[in-house]
Design a protein around this ligand. Structure first.
Ligand code: NAI
Ligand code: 15L
Length: 263
């Protein structure tokens, strides 16, 4: 049980999923975003803040024991848009953690850090990054930042390379990349509470039968997924009867992200 946790990106898709689930596990949940956060529930502390505003982010981390950092641009965009939210913003979160002595950050990274590996490869978190766009590059920067702030300042991070966290997998790619909301909660909770993580990178996926990711190097996090994309296979395959591995979206793990832009 935490005293006060901070959830950034609380108004987003995953923020709305995690908000009540994290609230149940701490005394006060500070929620932040630039989008409308709605009414504060019991034990919630709304603090709107643009991540690119250093003073605002400094105030955000005051008095929190740990951060679940989801805020930022969550798909491929022009570098000029990604820079303030994902790169400068994540730097502000780590600087504020250093100043306030925050001990643990759970960073929402993305599978797009390694999106240019092929779907025919199985990779693990120790392999070199191959970002599939500016968005993936910004998440790779966040992971490097996390490593640096651990090595230099001892702030621990689990970087979650989330696959596709949606109500259900909707296409063949997501049969490999899907992370159910219940498994997302299990993963975030394990990342917040595992005794010693240093900086650990882990792929965020359910216990899918088909997968491209091997989380063996991150077993110490203690994440045990319980869901699987398999019950959704028939529907996903009916929706997308075949793949064409000559097309980049079907060849690379990053799917459609690998051909987005220029902007
Ligand atoms: P989302 O786009 O629904 O939510 C992101 C939130 O961040 C939004 O509410 C937005 O208003 C806020 N935000 C954007 N720019 C901001 C800024 N400059 N200052 C403050 N807040 C800002 O994304 P979603 O799906 O909820 O994802 C959450 C996190 O997880 C993101 O960091 C995303 O990159 C990551 N992720 C999500 C995946 C998924 O399957 N949903 C897969 C891989 C990574
Ligand atoms: C992501 O990083 C995005 O945030 C999410 O919206 C999905 O597109 C996901 O990756 C994915 O690869 O399916």
């Amino acid at each position: 049980m935490f005293d006060r946790l901070l959830l950034t990106g609380a108004a987003g898709g995953l923020g709305r999923v995690l908000r009540p689930r994290l609230k149940a596990r701490c005394r006060v949940l500070r929620v932040s975003d630039i989008a409308d956060l709605g009414a504060a529930g019991p034990g919630e502390e709304p603090m709107p803040a643009p991540l690119q505003d250093k003073a605002a982010v400094m105030a955000l981390l005051q008095g929190v024991q740990a951060v679940v950092h989801l805020g930022g641009i969550s798909t491929e965009h022009a570098f000029e848009d990604i820079l303030p939210a994902n790169i400068v913003g994540t730097y502000h979160v780590y600087e504020a953690a250093r100043v306030h002595g925050t001990k643990r950050i759970v960073f929402a990274s993305s599978n797009h850090v390694t999106g240019f590996y092929r779907q025919s490869e199985t990779i693990d978190p120790r392999m070199p990054v191959r970002p599939d766009g500016y968005y993936g590059l910004s998440k790779a920067f966040g992971e490097n930042l996390a490593q640096f702030y651990f090595d230099r300042w001892g702030i621990e991070t689990v970087s979650l390379r989330i696959g596709s966290s949606f109500p259900e997998p909707v296409d063949r790619r997501m049969l490999a990349t899907w992370l159910s909301y219940d498994d997302l909660e299990r993963l975030v909770w394990a990342a917040l509470t595992a005794p010693a993580v240093g900086h650990t990178v882990i792929y965020g996926m359910s216990d899918n039968v088909t997968t491209w990711w091997d989380n063996t190097p991150a077993r110490h996090v203690g994440y045990r997924p319980r869901d699987s994309s398999e019950p959704f296979r028939a529907a996903a395959e009916a929706r997308q009867p075949a793949i064409d591995p000559t097309q980049p979206a079907d060849l690379y793990q990053g799917g459609g992200f690998v051909t987005r832009g220029p902007f």
